[in-house]
Design a protein around this ligand. Structure first.
Ligand code: CP
Length: 312
């Protein structure tokens, strides 16, 4: 069976743990796995802005022995010049994997259904699983075993990172608290899916509107921009509604004394996170950014191997 990474729960708990183990190995020995040797090409398509995702995939694909092929989304005109299905069929004849950052999860699902090669979600409006797998690697490095740790996600919960934390965090057996204002909480179906996963892993998923209550005693505190891509016209309203959710030094002080702070970047100091936290001793954001490469390499290696095993 062809394997894809379209959302966080595409990896079972055992598979997620395996990918994290592999990521740690590849971080220690970056050139030990060469599943793309040839080189085989990986198509990378970005319909939204990116720094970390495009560079970490390009570097990681090269380290795996492959050729990172940047496909210009606007030139290709996916869904405009030709259908997602036809683009998938063509790309699948050229490359070993397709990595796509786009708007609609349904388009990504269509790509996966027709490509005949693994497809990786490099961010959609609904999920950012490559970010959360890198976050989990970072947390493991700083806190050890993920199972039983409490993570508080503070800010705009109704975005791809809120959804991905619910699914990816509970897959790891973590207790996930989402602290967001009314109207910015992930959908009930996301909590339901997270709680279903948590039954098997010992984790939990909770909405905790009060940020102080959510962060109290947390091992890990996560935030993200209040103005996700596509929400720029709502900036003024969002700044007002999210102001009580700034990850300040005062808020960080109620977390566990050895808590760490994560932010997937780009960050806006003085908005969702205080400069003193982002640039302070509890911040692990630069490790987190580096770990995109190691985690994504492990995802690619896993998908290629699992898809090959399924085919044989
Ligand atoms: N965190 C993240 O996905 O960064 P980019 O948008 O720069 O790729």
């Amino acid at each position: 069976m062809m394997r894809h990474f379209l959302r966080d729960d595409d990896l079972s708990p055992a598979e997620q743990a395996h990918v994290l183990d592999l990521a740690a190995k590849l971080k220690a020995a970056p050139f030990d796995a060469r599943p793309l040797a040839g080189p085989q090409s990986v198509a990378m398509i970005f319909d939204k802005p990116t720094l970390r995702t495009q560079t970490s995939f390009a570097a990681g694909i090269a380290e795996l022995g492959g050729n990172p092929m940047l496909v210009e989304g606007k030139l290709a005109g996916i869904g405009i010049r030709e259908s997602v299905e036809d683009v998938a069929r063509v790309l699948g004849r050229q490359v070993a994997v397709i990595v796509w950052r786009t708007f609609f999860q349904a388009d990504l699902d269509q790509m996966a259904a027709h490509a005949g090669v693994p497809v990786v979600n490099a961010l959609t409006d609904d999920f950012h699983p490559c970010q959360v797998i890198a976050d989990l690697l970072t947390i493991r490095e700083h806190k050890g075993d993920l199972s039983g740790l409490t993570v508080a996600f503070v800010g705009d919960g109704a975005c791809n990172m809120g959804n991905s934390w619910l699914l990816g965090g509970t897959t790891a057996g973590m207790h996930v608290r989402i602290s967001a204002p009314h109207g910015y909480v992930p959908g009930e179906e996301m909590f339901a899916r997270a709680r279903e996963i948590a039954v098997g892993t010992g984790g939990s998923a909770q909405a905790v509107p009060d940020p102080v209550e959510a962060v109290t005693g947390a091992d890990v505190v996560v935030t993200d921009t209040w103005i996700s891509m596509g929400k720029e016209s709502e900036q003024a309203a969002r700044v007002a509604v999210f102001a009580p959710y700034t990850l300040s030094t005062e808020l960080m002080a109620v977390a566990s004394p050895d808590a760490i702070a994560l932010h997937c970047l780009p960050a806006y100091r003085g908005m969702e996170i205080a400069a003193e936290v982002l640039d302070g001793p509890q911040s692990v954001v630069w490790d987190e950014a580096e770990n995109r490469r190691h985690a994504q390499k492990a995802v690619l290696a896993f998908l290629l191997e699992a898809s090959h095993e399924g085919a044989s």
